[in-house]
Design a protein around this ligand. Structure first.
Ligand SMILES: [Zn+2]
Length: 452
């Protein structure tokens, strides 16, 4: 992108920021206090955001379910995050038809939906309490796509039913979460169908950090399907979008701004350095957040991306809170995932178990069709952990399909540690279960998969 285009974008952002602060000071109880000493006209560049007060996740939780809503706001729906860390975080995304139309235009331009005649899409994303399913449901028809709303991790449309929808209705595109996309491929194989032989040509994923090797695995499982990923949060109506190389780019839009800050809340300016992602929403919204600390870490990368884009690009590492201290350094689940998914003989299912003494045990399974013994694979992974990450890990490799029932409903998102430290025996057993429901529990007494 030419320098003057970036300058123009930044000056449009500056105007939007000033006006957003004026709106917030007038109509937000929360920001009226936080920004009381901020004069919008004194903000000279978009980078001055760094000197404004930050908004933390805890603050918006403390403000209560409706505490961030602007005076007079009439949101279409109430959503909240799963609250795995305790209290949920609420969000009021724009679910208007105007927003759906503009989202459809964005998706169409990005994914080439009309050009490539994408007619049907299976949307295997949450429709309950989470806006992702509804967002795609509302937008895709405007891009000429009929939606098959299967939901995800649901007993109403369980995994076996989802797989049968893929084989019988032949969707051209699949919208889901990374772990489910890999599991669907495994589940199809179990039913005698290769995911690569289905009609799916485009795969869209969100909701989890994705290692480069997972990116590669998802593509190859679906026969080099075009892969698209989005990073966003329930509480902000914007996000980063991936390019063909698996990096996340900031949108070329004057209505949001992304930056990274270090532990002292100073802007991360050096490329290749990690920082916490900070998001500012610079347009009208029901409950806009400015200088919002996401709690997620990313690395900012320099130079033009191999995809040709000059827009800022990031590698997303995951939640700051997910890092563990190991061998004198902080290790994130995505780094361990990158390591194990780099070994072709390792299957897609895994548990990264943190034991009481702080030891990390990788419970893995053999890849389908692997000719190596579990012992050989374990040695290979342990050696790579030593040489690649500089950490000592225990590795146990089981036979393909023995870690989890692939037609069941998984309990956790991918790229997480299973932390057993300090747990009692019962909670420990529960933590080690990969599925919340196995496929036999998803069948009626006659053995027929349940469905609506
Ligand atoms: Zn790129």
């Amino acid at each position: 992108m030419a320098r003057n285009v970036l300058d123009e974008l930044n000056s449009a952002k500056l105007e939007n920021l000033r006006s957003q602060i004026r709106v917030l000071k007038e109509t937000s109880q929360f920001y009226r206090v936080k920004f009381r000493s901020v004069d919008p006209q004194s903000i000279a560049t978009i980078d001055d955001l760094a000197s404004l007060p930050y908004t933390s996740n805890q603050e918006i939780r403390d403000a209560g379910p409706f505490g961030l809503l602007l005076d007079g706001a009439m949101p279409e729906a109430y959503f909240e995050s799963s609250g795995t860390t305790g209290q949920p975080t609420v969000g009021f995304p724009d679910l208007s038809h105007e927003k759906a139309k503009s989202f459809a235009d964005f998706l169409d331009g990005w994914m080439g939906l009309r050009n490539e005649r994408i007619k049907r899409a299976l949307v295997s994303l949450a429709y309950e309490m989470n806006p992702t399913g509804s967002r795609f449901q509302m937008a895709l028809p405007y891009a000429g796509v009929t939606v098959i709303p299967s939901g995800v991790r649901s007993t109403i449309c369980p995994p076996e039913k989802i797989l049968s929808l893929i084989t019988t209705l032949k969707p051209d595109a699949l919208f889901s979460r990374p772990f489910e996309v890999l599991r669907m491929a495994d589940g199809l194989r179990q039913l005698g169908v290769e995911a690569g032989d289905t009609s799916v040509r485009k795969v869209f994923v969100l909701g989890e950090p994705i290692s480069k090797n997972k990116w590669r695995r998802m593509r190859s499982a679906w026969d080099d399907a075009d892969l698209y990923a989005h990073y966003g949060l329930t509480e902000v109506d914007t996000g980063l979008h991936s390019c063909s190389n698996g990096y996340y780019h900031a949108p070329a839009s004057p209505f949001s701004h992304f930056s990274l800050v270090d532990a002292q809340l100073k802007p991360v300016v050096k490329d290749g350095t990690r920082g916490e992602i900070v998001i500012s929403v610079l347009k009208k919204a029901h409950a806009p957040l400015v200088n919002y600390r996401t709690g997620d870490l990313a690395t900012k990368l320099s130079g033009r991306c191999a995809c040709g884009s000059d827009h800022p690009r990031y590698d997303i590492i995951g939640r700051q809170a997910d890092g563990i201290e190991l061998g004198g350094k902080t290790v994130f689940p995505i780094e361990v995932e990158e390591l194990v998914y780099g070994v072709e003989d390792v299957g897609n299912e895994y548990l990264f178990i943190l034991k009481d003494g702080g030891e990390l045990l990788l419970l893995l399974e053999r890849a389908f069709g692997s000719r190596k013994t579990p012992e050989e694979i374990a040695l290979d992974v342990a050696e790579r952990a030593r040489s690649g990450l500089g950490i000592e890990v225990g590795v146990t490799v089981k036979e393909y399909g023995t870690i989890a029932d692939k037609l069941g409903i998984a309990k956790k998102k991918g790229a997480r540690f299973t932390d057993l430290r300090g747990l009692d025996a019962e909670t420990r057993r529960d933590e080690l279960r990969v599925n919340v429901v196995d496929s036999d529990q998803l069948r009626s007494g006659s053995g027929i998969p349940i469905s609506i």
